[in-house]
Ligand binder design. Structure first.
Ligand SMILES: [Zn+2]
Length: 81
């Protein structure tokens, strides 16, 4: 089930964790529920997201599910060269 929070689409961690690998995606707290953003929040200055901004040696973190899989598809393309 997808919820709207602050204009963004979010999903509950408990509902998606069994379907996808959510490691390295930043988990937010929404009214006591652990949630993930489906798409980029588009604010790299607060997200420290590998997909949204260039991080500086920080551990790889993604601000949303979309960001994580965008990065992964890029990596796959580079490996196939
Ligand atoms: Zn991001």
């Amino acid at each position: 089930m997808i919820f709207k929070y602050d204009g963004q689409s979010i999903v509950l961690v408990s509902e998606v964790a069994e379907y996808i690998n959510i490691s390295n995606i930043i988990i937010e707290d929404c009214d006591g529920d652990k949630v993930l953003f489906l798409e980029s929040k588009g604010n790299p200055s607060v997200s420290r997201c590998e997909a949204c901004s260039i991080s500086d040696g920080l551990p790889i973190k993604f601000c949303s599910i979309a960001c994580k899989f965008k990065i992964y598809s890029i990596n796959l393309t580079e490996k196939s060269k």
